[in-house]
Ligand binder design. Sequence first.
Ligand code: AMP
Length: 113
Amino acid sequence: MADTIFAKIISKEIPADIVYEDDECLAFRDVNPQAPVHILVIPKKPLARLVEAGDDDQALLGHLLLTANKVALEQGVGDAFRLVVNNGADAGQSVFHLHLHILAGRSFTWPPG
Ligand code: AMP
């Protein structure tokens, strides 16, 4: 997988507003927020897209979801939030390093655009 801007955030080559970090993942504020709270949770493992995850990533994917849960609840905007994974360019993915968007702090409509 080619180095992405998120790989450079993991290696601290470029700065980010990091709100959580452990051995497996990193969470930081989106540079172009679409809601009052917009945080990205990414694995340190370089998975380009969700479809590239395999059976051996089961624990990692669970960890990303549970981390998103914790990070969202820590933002002080209640327990309503949306998690989004854009998988592939046609689904809106622009950075090819798996990431979960946490969006919170406003109401959301359905279906998404
Ligand atoms: P996606 O379109 O699902 O691939 O989402 C990529 C997200 O990464 C977008 O919401 C961008 O605003 C965000 N993004 C891109 N570069 C950075 C960066 N350097 N720091 C924080 N967020 C970024």
